[in-house]
Design a binder for this molecule. Structure first.
Ligand code: C2O
Ligand code: CU
Ligand code: CU
Length: 913
């Protein structure tokens, strides 16, 4: 219990034991009211919702009668104050003085209810009061218009504002005193406006009013000869009532107790304090406000995990993920790595206990996000991706760490993982095929040839049905690819070149990462982490920084800006540099997308603090402000100069693809459908993962149109390829048909580069163009909202190739120069090698028996061995004569010459160019 709660109790204890009787205030409600009409004694208004006083437009007078039950005031009481409160609901004419006159003759309220014209009255029935009759039609007034005291008890000017008006006076006190004492009959008061001119009339709400607060009320304060005491109502309010508290609905505090100060226990409720411990306290609403908490309402209870963990921003420094260390070769070049997925504890905010996360260990220790792999164009990186996920007991996990929703296709309750290099142009067998996810104790060796331009790629888990959980737990890392052209640019580097992996998470107070057990359409955390730390800060030099921003969130889209609205430069999209820096004041980034920006802190005074902020609603696009977590991180400007060289005006020539070259244009409709198990799921063209309907021919260009028939933005991602955005077209749906609205719009300059993920807004068609090249096989394409991807907005395309089509299709083809085989590329589109059993004289082979050992007439380098085998050089396997092969070769050389095919001619684009 909080000490402050003790104070009121203490005050009661200290109150004088036998105080004088306390004044009691009661609010009495009229038990009789009516209106009478001067022009006709047969008209009445007893049961109407209002009554009138004054003179109407016809010059006819109106008077009103009202009476209150004073019987609840004990005999012998002394009345000390009386107030009559009426609500005036309609005014005519000018302000008018309305007098209260005590009525001397008993009258009654009858049933007449002039519902149409209240002021006009209705024909009187038996029991109504009228101008002539105190009770129609059995007893007359002594004086028509009512028998009242000649002198008014009180007068109140009634203006034209519709509101409550109050009459109070010493005479009213003596009127009520007389009624209580019984020295006069309680017949109430009549409202008379003697000075009213024609059309000065007022309507008041009667006890039949629909709004109880507007009904007539008499507030009487008195002291009782009986003992009095405080009565506490449930809501904590206090009234003094007569002993023994028959009027007390609540708890009577005892004779002579008092309401000042309020002794009543104030209602309490759950109050969530804004702290890392997610403290819930049971306090009064007032105390909750003092404590800066969020009050759940009176009588609410604290429940488990009811309060959010609230973390203070900008208390921890930004971690920079370590550079991955190879087991052979060197970082930044050709290298081999062994990297294990592991479970461990990491502090994600200094006010939280360490959280159990999944991350990667390259041998230097586990880290989330994983270590940054630094690679170089055309220098192969090979990674042995191990799964070494173990529970806290050190035993390899047989179940997932998080609850797995089995409604999802392929979702298994297993700690499986498979790694995808997002943005990487790699063979199918190294691409992280979702069905290849493997359990602890297993590994896969993946090869990244890096035959693509400098870019910020990222690697992350891609397990079928588990990606959202695995990435949420931390299986993500950055992959930085350099090339000569980029390095010649004098962009900020080293400590001024920093990856920022942005992810949203929610925590329990023990640091545990929170994620729902049941699939939901999208999950948004309430805290933003950068490089695995909640709302970190970075101390920066007064110069330029190259930030490689990765949106590694499950579902959250960010609109990133600086808190002072300063401009910054976008220099690269997902898979490469832009032609030139693009100056922006904000940039939109969906899950899976990357953007490289240069922020220049040279203009800030030392010690300035500027924040990276977000304004994108969640879900996106939503409505402004909805679901926004505004802070991302903070920059603290130091006094060192840093990188102050000018940003180059031109970055690199950005190639493009001609949409007219497209061999196919395909539509992909994005829509949600009902799902018996999970409630809903997301599909592309109504099809699922196993329906493979797109088979691009390797080497060809295709246009893909993503048609979003839903209310959410979907970040659509394609494996294998990089693409250029052609345009965005808004549309409406009329009778189920798509109707374009306006013209297609080209992408903004900051998106006009090579990409692998594109935001497709609601009712929007986005066209992208890509060349499918080099690698034959099955590759995923999907929405990168991980909840969508897992259920089941992920499909696959299959790149196909035929020998002789001029496009190399690895791994099945080593070469393909078009027109069939050639001197260096045989009929199977494989490069002839000694020992493959095919004689390739142009490759310098004199023989090839499919064996490479000596002693059979064919040497290890496919030269005839003098005095070798029985046929001299009869080592060629599979029959056929040398002459036939030679002839075929000559024919092919001739064909190649005619077509002018050169082995150097390769399709353009970011991957091969
Ligand atoms: Cu970044 Cu298929 O994913
Ligand atoms: Cu990818
Ligand atoms: Cu989606």
């Amino acid at each position: 219990m909080r000490p402050s709660v003790l104070l009121p109790l203490l005050a009661v204890a200290l109150a004088p034991a036998a105080a004088a009787a306390q004044p009691i205030t009661v609010t009495l409600r009229a038990n009789r009211d009516a209106g009478i009409m001067g022009e006709d004694g047969t008209l009445a208004n007893g049961a109407g919702t209002g009554f009138h006083a004054g003179v109407n437009n016809n010059g006819d007078e109106r008077r009103a009668l009202v009476r209150f039950p004073v019987g609840s005031i004990p005999t012998g009481s002394t009345v000390t104050s009386v107030r009559l409160r009426l609500y005036m609901s309609r005014a005519n004419g000018n302000a008018v003085d309305i007098e209260l006159h005590r009525i001397n003759t008993p009258w009654s309220e009858g049933p007449a209810d002039p519902t149409q014209g209240e002021g006009q009255g209705a024909p009187a029935s038996a029991g109504d009061v009228t101008w002539t009759h105190a009770v129609y039609d059995t007893s007359l007034w002594g004086t028509p218009g009512g028998d009242v005291a000649a002198v008014a008890s009180a007068t109140q000017t009634i203006g034209t504002a519709t509101q409550s008006y109050t009459w109070t006076s010493a005479t009213m006190v003596s009127d009520v005193q007389a009624w209580v004492d019984g020295s006069a009959g309680n017949e109430g008061w009549m409202l008379i406006a003697p000075g009213a001119a024609t059309a000065d009339a007022r309507r008041f709400e009667s006890r039949e009013s629909a709004q109880s607060a507007r009904r007539p009320a008499l507030i009487v304060t008195f002291t009782s000869p009986n003992p009095t005491g405080a009565c506490c109502a449930n809501d904590g309010s206090c009234t003094v009532v007569s002993a023994p508290g028959t009027d007390c609905t609540g708890s009577y505090q005892g004779d002579d107790t008092d309401c000042a100060p309020n002794p009543c226990p104030q209602p309490k409720g759950a109050c969530c304090l804004p702290d890392a411990a997610a403290t819930c306290e049971l306090v009064t609403g007032q105390q909750c406000a003092i404590d800066g908490g969020a009050y759940g309402g009176d009588f609410t209870d604290c429940a488990d995990a009811m309060c959010p963990v609230v973390l203070e921003p900008f208390v921890d420094p930004l971690p920079i993920p370590p550079i991955a260390q190879p087991v052979s070769g060197e970082s930044g070049g050709a290298a081999e790595y062994e990297i294990a997925a592991v479970e461990f504890e990491q502090t994600l905010h200094s006010a939280l206990p360490p959280s159990r996360v999944w991350g990667w260990d390259d041998g230097s220790g586990p880290v989330y996000p994983g270590p940054t792999i630094v690679a170089r164009r055309d220098q192969t990186v090979r990674v042995t991706w191990k799964n070494d996920i173990r529970g806290p007991d050190g035993v390899p996990r047989t179940h997932h760490y998080l609850p797995v929703d089995s409604c999802l296709h392929g979702a298994e309750d297993a700690a499986k993982t498979v790694v995808h290099l997002h943005g990487g142009h790699v063979a199918a067998g190294s691409d992280g095929y979702p069905e290849d996810a493997y359990p602890p104790g297993q590994e896969l060796v993946y090869e990244y040839p890096n035959g693509q331009q400098a870019a910020t790629l990222w690697y992350h888990d891609h397990s079928l049905g588990l990606t959202r959980l695995n990435v949420y737990l931390g299986l993500a890392g950055t992959y930085v690819l350099h090339d000569d052209e980029e390095e010649a640019l004098d962009l900020p580097e080293g400590e001024h070149d920093i990856p920022l992996v942005i992810q949203d998470r929610s925590f329990a107070s023990d640091g545990t990462l929170q994620y729902p057990a049941m699939w939901m359409e999208h999950f948004f955390g309430n805290a933003i982490l950068v490089n695995g730390r909640v709302w970190p800060y970075l101390e920066v030099d007064r110069g330029k920084y190259r930030f490689r921003v990765v949106n590694g969130s499950n579902a959250r889209v960010y609109r990133l800006a600086l808190s002072d609205d300063s401009a910054f430069e976008v220099i690269a999209t997902d898979t490469g540099l832009l032609a030139a820096p693009v100056t922006v004041s904000s940039v939109l980034l969906g899950p899976g997308e990357r953007v490289e920006v240069v922020i220049d802190f040279a203009g800030y005074d030392p010690a300035t603090r500027v924040r990276l902020v977000n304004s994108a609603p969640a879900p996106f696009p939503g409505s402004p402000g909805e679901g926004v977590v505004p802070n991302v991180m903070q920059f603290r400007v130091g006094d060192q100069a840093g990188h102050t060289d000018a940003l180059p005006g031109a970055l690199r020539e950005v190639s493009s693809l001609d949409p007219d070259d497209a061999a196919a244009e395909r539509d992909f409709e994005l829509a949600r459908v009902e799902d018996d198990c999970g409630g809903a799921r997301w599909l592309i063209n109504g099809k699922e993962w196993h329906d493979i309907t797109e088979k691009p021919q390797l080497g060809t260009v295709e246009i893909w149109r993503f048609v979003n028939r839903s209310g959410f933005t979907h970040p659509m991602h394609m494996h294998l390829v990089s693409f250029r955005i052609l345009d965005r077209q808004e549309f409406a749906v009329l009778d189920g048909e798509i109707q374009p609205l306006g013209d297609p719009v080209a992408p903004p300059p900051e998106e006009d580069g090579w990409k692998d993920t594109v935001l497709v807004g609601p009712n929007q068609i986005v066209r992208v163009v890509a060349r499918f090249e080099d690698f034959a096989g099955r590759f995923a394409y999907h929405c990168h909202t991980l909840e969508h991807e897992d259920h089941e907005m992920m499909r696959q395309f299959e790149t196909v190739t035929t020998c002789g089509d001029g496009a190399v299709g690895r791994p099945v083809e080593d070469c393909d120069e078009g027109g069939g085989e050639s001197a260096t590329c045989d009929e199977d589109c494989t490069v002839p090698t000694c020992g493959d059993g095919t004689l390739n004289e142009s490759a310098g082979e004199q023989c090839d028996d499919g064996k490479q050992e000596d002693g059979d007439g064919c040497s290890a380098d496919c030269k005839d061995e003098p005095g070798g085998g029985d046929d001299g050089c009869g080592c060629r396997a599979g029959g056929g004569s040398r002459a036939a092969v030679w002839l075929a070769f000559l024919v092919l050389v001739a064909i190649r010459r005619r077509r002018g095919v050169s082995s150097a001619a390769r399709p353009g684009g970011p991957a091969g160019s």
